[in-house]
Design a protein around this ligand. Structure first.
Ligand SMILES: [Zn+2]
Length: 223
């Protein structure tokens, strides 16, 4: 029994040595191992952003001399109010105009700002019948529209309302008269101003403002 077993074992060893062994292919001349710093793949840097200067901020709009409004709510001052006693109506004596334009004209004369408290457009540089609330009204500042020697009250406590147009030549439009009456009614009620304190500029000093075609009767009929 021992001999056949030994033969069997040796046969198996032979088989292992010849064919059953898994063949390992050795690489000839392998590169030497490298222990240096590892190469880091460089990433392509993103394209540098194109420098675009930030757009310059839009210039702040010049403070407007007049704030357009068609309604009474905009005619009520926000803060402390002046104890107004008079209303003085003017024409601009120009065919066209607006609060901004008159503001420039008045400043060119050396005045602080637009002399009127309200400007009522005729459809040229502002709407026909559009009421522009002057910057002095917002500040509740005295007027600069009716300077009468010995009577500072007409500027100090007089609300100046200017209708755009030359009413020596033309007439105020229906829309202008309608808006004028609305503004006059509004301030009459708010400050308790009587009809007897509503004037045209020419009734307080020698000037034909608000023009020979301006009808006081028409205004009073509308109040
Ligand atoms: Zn006037």
């Amino acid at each position: 029994m021992r001999k056949p077993l030994a033969a069997l074992v040796s046969l198996g060893l032979l088989a292992w040595a010849c064919g059953c062994q898994k063949q390992v292919r050795l690489v000839e001349n392998p590169p030497p191992p490298y222990f240096g710093p590892r190469t880091v793949a460089t990433l392509t840097p993103p394209p540098s952003p194109v420098y675009r200067p930030a757009p310059a901020p839009a210039p702040a709009p010049a403070p407007s001399a007049g704030r357009a409004s068609w309604g009474e709510a905009a005619w009520i001052p926000g803060g402390a109010e002046r104890a107004w006693q008079f209303i003085v109506v003017h024409h601009s004596a120009t065919p066209t105009g607006s609060a901004d334009q008159f503001d420039r004209m008045h400043k060119a004369k050396g005045w602080d700002e637009l002399g009127y408290h309200f400007v009522i457009g005729n459809g040229t540089l502002s709407g026909n019948g559009e009421v522009e609330v002057g910057s002095r009204w917002v500040k509740q500042k005295h007027g600069a529209h009716t300077k009468v020697a010995g009577h500072p009250e007409y500027n100090d406590l007089g609300i100046g309302i200017c209708l755009v147009g030359n009413f020596d030549i033309t007439r105020p439009s229906e829309a202008q008269m309608d808006s004028l009456a609305r503004v006059v009614r509004c301030v009459m009620n708010r400050y308790g101003i009587s009809r007897s304190h509503i004037y045209g500029h020419g009734q307080l000093k020698p000037t034909d403002c608000p023009g020979r075609n301006f009808s006081y009767n028409d205004l009073f009929r509308r109040l």
